[in-house]
Design a protein around this ligand. Structure first.
Ligand SMILES: Cc1cc2nc3c(=O)[nH]c(=O)nc-3n(C[C@H](O)[C@H](O)[C@H](O)COP(=O)(O)OP(=O)(O)OC[C@H]3O[C@@H](n4cnc5c(N)ncnc54)[C@H](O)[C@@H]3O)c2cc1C
Length: 367
């Protein structure tokens, strides 16, 4: 491998968005990916929801990147022919305690500058979605869904148009800053090493492990990794909702919600299952709690209609009962190593935020 300007580790949606932005800024870019294709991690195991930016504390990276990223993403989808649907979303309150939570979310969303938010009564919500049971709902017309693979393919295409490329089956094993350059050792079929000017660690669940293999990287600057699995169940029947339907959030997640794909099919999830090692099987016994939670807002959910589907793992930095951590973008000011950006804790809404996160990473690396 010849010397290339920038290396991005990980070809998930964030890594590819960063690589495309660096290539667009005139850098030579190579993405090194352990798997055999793009987006095999969290990027293909999520709800494919374009979040409006309601939930996150004002001023946090999650608030800033989801609102800005959402606007950038809709514009990108429109200009690049990526399938998407700004179908809107209802966050429902089914009792008075939840009403207070939904009101708090409305205030938070307005503070975050989310457009079009509106509180509607139970009857108005049922006029939109006849099967819904709730006393009121927060309507978010800016929320939507996207074909995440179509989106990643479009990013990859632009990366290549600007001279960048992705090397698959190339796990990065070690990084060292030697004589003003980054020496990157990688395994796989064509194992070897190469030098780069700048490094972006966008390895998702592997980001902390990789940071620990950077020679001289301060161990205290590697945050904990907490795995929060999210399981999905598909609905075996005719879809009854045309918008995203969310309950109020729970510890570690946004609650078991109705998600739709672009063909209009319904599925439910993700729940929150704290785990200590990566595993991608969905336990069918979790269906019981799904029926119970979904029937709070959709009493008509038929028995036997939920089928175990897929799951994803959120790379969280905090565990159960703790205040949810923000995204962490660790560049030179955070750790003291030149032209190195580590992306930690890029869980939801990372898909929505990807274009905005990419802009920030470019700002750190391109003077
Ligand atoms: C259950 C769930 C639901 C979600 N729902 C939504 C949603 O609706 N909307 C939204 O905006 N966001 C959502 N998210 C968040 C979103 O999916 C992630 O934030 C996003 O996909 C993260 O992308 P990434 O590129 O950082 O990570 P990943 O997609 O995980 O990519 C990391 C890549 O790095 C590679 N890698 C790891 N280690 C190495 C190494 N040493 N060398 C080379 N390659 C390596 C991996 O193989 C992988 O391909 C959800 C996440 C989950 C888990």
């Amino acid at each position: 491998m010849e010397a290339v300007d920038c290396v991005v580790v990980g070809a998930g949606v964030v890594g590819i968005a960063v690589a495309r932005a660096l290539a667009g800024a005139g850098r030579e870019v190579l993405v090194l990916e352990a798997a055999e294709g793009i987006g095999t991690g969290a990027s293909s195991r999520n709800s494919e929801v374009i979040h409006a930016g309601i939930y996150y504390p004002t001023g946090s990276l999650r608030a800033r990147h989801s609102t800005r990223g959402r606007r950038l993403l809709y514009a990108f989808c429109a200009s690049h022919g990526v399938a998407h649907n700004k179908c809107g979303k209802l966050i429902v309150a089914t009792d008075r305690a939840e009403l207070a939570k939904v009101e708090t979310l409305l205030a938070q969303g307005l503070k975050n500058g989310v457009e079009g938010l509106e509180m509607i009564g139970g009857n108005a919500a049922r006029a939109l979605e006849a099967e819904l049971s709730c006393i009121c709902a927060l309507s978010s017309p800016e929320s939507g869904i996207v074909d995440s693979h179509g989106y990643m393919r479009a990013l990859w295409g632009e990366l290549e148009d600007n001279g960048g490329s992705i090397a698959f089956e190339t796990p990065v094993e070690r990084l060292a800053y030697v004589s003003g350059q980054w020496r990157v050792a990688f395994g796989g079929r064509d194992a070897g090493s190469a030098t780069f000017d700048a490094v972006v660690n966008s390895a998702g669940l592997g980001a902390q492990a990789l940071a620990r293999r950077i020679d001289g990287y301060p161990a205290a600057k590697v945050p904990p990794l907490v795995l929060a699995k999210g399981n999905y169940f598909a609905f075996a029947g005719r879809p009854v909702f045309s918008r995203l339907i969310y309950p109020t959030p729970v510890d570690g997640g946004l609650g078991v919600h109705v998600t739709l794909d672009l063909a209009g099919r319904m599925r439910f999830g993700p729940d929150v299952e704290w785990i200590d090692h990566e595993s991608y099987t969905v336990d069918p016994r979790r269906a019981d709690s799904f029926y119970q939670r979904i029937r709070a807002y959709w009493p008509g959910l038929p028995d036997g209609s939920l089928v175990p589907d897929y799951c994803g793992i959120r790379p969280k930095l905090t565990g159960p009962g703790q205040t949810a951590a923000d995204f962490m973008i660790a560049a030179e000011p955070a750790h003291g190593m030149p032209r190195l950006v580590n992306l930690f804790g890029i869980e939801s809404p990372g898909l929505t935020s990807s274009l905005s996160l990419a802009e920030d990473v470019v700002d750190y690396l391109v003077a």
